[in-house]
Design a protein around this ligand. Structure first.
Ligand code: ADP
Length: 262
């Protein structure tokens, strides 16, 4: 199934791409004799927010890990911003990878670094940004995620929700075109979930970043998504705008899944 999403009208940042940003063609991933993704096709246009839903084990996280190049597909091609991410020479992979940021379920902050250093480290070392420019950007991002007063703290001095908001700021500091979000609230205490989702809603509303999001937070998915992809056993069984998928799903499997999680 191909899910075409159309470009938004204006793109203020000329560096940003318009039109199709991500394309997976006939992507298959196996672990041993278990086919986790089965000849998957889909594309995402720049600036769109796409949510991947479906039962545990249906292959959603594997897609994000393929895009992050943490895994390689067994078959198929992956293209980001017109350049192949797989198959491709290592140098090209490194360049294409810079366009993609990811936030994980476990925040994975550097425990021995302050909040500020966590955010500036990669822009300085990977992108070659000056320390001053990286710090200025970090301050802007910390304001965006509501953590300005915690700039000098270490991760262990922060709540899980605050750590996750630092992880979001850290990913955005690399100015990625695509933000991958892998169940970013699943490891949080329930009272900390809303703060993180509010930050993500704000980013979805106020930036032109493309988002691919695996989540079990269906209200959040409904709020931010342009497109929802319903997975089952490594295939997209249904795709559409959130009002369609959540209110009038076509497949019994989607209905069953939604009635279990909503
Ligand atoms: P989801 O995100 O939909 O819960 P995943 O993409 O995490 O699903 O996993 C899909 C399937 O692939 C699961 O059955 C999982 O056990 C399996 N899987 C994922 N990663 C590995 C791995 N590194 N080795 C073996 N099996 C894996």
């Amino acid at each position: 199934m191909s899910t075409e999403i159309h470009p938004t009208d204006s793109k203020p940042d000329p560096r940003r791409s318009t039109g199709e940003l991500i394309r997976l063609e006939q992507v298959t991933k196996r672990f041993g004799d278990h086919t986790v993704l089965d000849h998957l096709d889909f594309s995402v246009d720049a600036g769109k927010h796409v949510t991947l839903i479906g039962p545990s084990g249906s292959g959603k996280t594997t897609i994000l890990r393929l895009l992050m190049t943490l895994l390689k597909p067994d078959e198929g091609t992956i293209t980001v911003d017109g350049e192949q991410l797989f198959p491709a020479p290592e140098k090209q992979v490194r360049e294409v990878r810079k366009k993609i940021g990811m936030v994980f379920q476990q925040f994975n902050l550097f425990p021995n670094m302050t909040v500020l250093k966590n955010i500036t480290e990669a822009p300085v070392t990977v992108l070659g940004m000056s320390k001053d420019a990286a710090e200025e950007r970090a301050r802007e991002l910390l304001e965006m995620v509501g953590l300005t007063e915690h700039i000098g703290k270490h991760p262990s001095q922060l709540s899980g929700g605050q750590q996750q908001r630092v992880a979001i700021a850290r990913a955005l500091a690399m100015r990625p075109q695509v933000l991958l979000l892998d169940e970013v609230t699943s490891a949080l205490d329930p009272e900390l979930v809303a703060g993180v989702l509010d930050v993500l809603r704000d980013i979805a509303r106020s930036t032109d970043i493309t988002m691919l999001c695996v989540t079990h937070e269906m209200n959040f998915a409904r709020d931010i998504s342009d497109q929802v992809l319903m997975f089952d056993s490594g295939r997209i069984i249904e795709a559409g705008p959130p009002e369609k998928i959540f209110s009038e799903p076509e497949h019994d499997r989607t209905r069953e899944f939604l009635s279990a999680v909503l």
